[in-house]
Design a protein around this ligand. Structure first.
Ligand SMILES: Nc1ncnc2c1ncn2[C@@H]1O[C@H](COP(=O)(O)OP(=O)(O)O)[C@@H](O)[C@H]1O
Ligand SMILES: [Mg+2]
Length: 331
């Protein structure tokens, strides 16, 4: 059973220069207990997609439509995220779907202590008295590996490091055992040494609470570590989809290949740091034909004229490319 079921999601922004097509008809699903990643460079539409799932995009300027945009709660009820009232969304967001962001500081209230902010979750959603809530707060802080939680609970956000703040956000997001956790670049703002610890914690929490995970990242290392299945996103479209093992070992789309080639090879210790030429085009300036055509080493005349469809091999493997398609089908 799917927890999240999205078909043909489109997201537009109205700007001074006209409409920006940030997301152009993506299909994404997350199964029960599944760990799914969306990977792509900055500007590809990953964050707006994840914010749309939580209905956290301000509209206007954002407008979105989808053929299906459902979240399925534990009791099997399908919730159409496009038509839920704001009150219903508040309940869903607290209890069934939670999100953690790149920068935990923007989410924490600077004038409340860490303990007070965590207490609120239990007071509002579990009807606990403050004293009882604090017991749960301390328990939760221990679960996310905060040393000396009694002392830390009385501190303010600015007294905590980025890593500790992200642990607090993970505690808040997972304390009510939501069914789906969406993590948007949760380790990008942290020191490299802390990143692995935070990823491990997210993995542990998902396993313990039987949560599905939608991990948003630009980092293939994070994909390898955290996901079973992956969507590669480029310029607001899915360009490749499959299991992490398959995609990382046999990429079919030149963009996926290029992303893999930009990761320095730790095993051979060679200085193999390749950059993909040019930048992600601005959404108002996407090339005619395949959006990757102006950066692609395999580009042909056809690619510059006509947008390739998302070819479906029928076994969960999909690729939006003319060049790799034959090879894909031969396999
Ligand atoms: N409020 C906005 N107004 C106009 N365009 C926006 C707005 N928010 C995002 N976009 C555009 O949507 C595209 C996707 O952005 P985003 O989802 O943040 O990318 P990613 O998370 O993959 O780096 C970008 O090109 C960005 O410029
Ligand atoms: Mg982003």
């Amino acid at each position: 059973m799917n927890v999240l079921d999205i078909k043909n999601l489109k997201i537009l922004f109205r700007t001074g220069e006209g409409f920006v097509r940030a997301v152009e008809g993506v299909d994404i699903h997350v199964g029960e207990g599944e760990r799914v990643a969306i990977v792509g460079e900055s500007g590809c539409g990953k964050s707006v997609t994840s914010l749309a799932c939580m209905r956290l995009l301000q509209s206007p300027p954002a407008y979105y439509t989808a053929d299906t945009f459902d979240f399925v709660s534990r009791d099997g009820t399908r919730h159409n995220l496009l038509t839920k009232s704001e009150n219903e969304m508040l309940t869903l967001r607290a209890r069934e779907m939670a999100m953690i962001f790149q920068d935990p500081s923007t989410f924490l209230n600077p004038v409340m202590t860490i303990g007070e902010q965590l207490d609120e979750v239990f007071i509002y959603h579990k009807n606990m008295k403050p004293k009882e809530a604090r017991v749960h707060t301390i328990e939760m802080m221990k679960k996310v590996g905060i040393p000396d939680p009694e002392m830390r609970a009385n501190q303010y956000p600015h007294e905590l490091s980025g890593g500790l703040k992200q642990r607090i956000l993970i505690a808040m997001a997972t304390s009510l055992s939501p069914r789906l956790l969406i993590a948007d670049e949760p380790t990008t703002a942290l020191d490299v040494t802390i990143q692995a610890q935070i990823l491990r914690l997210i993995g542990e929490r998902c396993e313990k609470e039987k949560m599905s995970l939608l991990m948003i990242t630009h980092d293939l290392g994070v994909v390898r570590e955290m996901a079973d299945r992956v969507y590669v996103m480029y310029c607001g479209k899915i360009v490749e989809e499959g299991t992490v093992d398959e995609i990382l070992s046999h990429p079919k789309h030149p963009y996926t290949k290029a992303l893999i080639d930009t990761v320095p090879d730790m095993n051979t210790k060679t200085e193999r740091f390749v950059q993909i030429p040019h930048n992600v085009p601005h959404p108002m300036n996407k090339p005619k034909g395949c959006y990757f055509s102006n950066r692609c080493a395999y580009c042909t005349e056809l690619c510059t004229q006509k947008q390739p469809p998302l070819y479906d091999r029928g076994d969960g493997r999909k690729v939006r490319c003319y060049y790799k398609t034959e090879e894909l089908w031969e396999k």
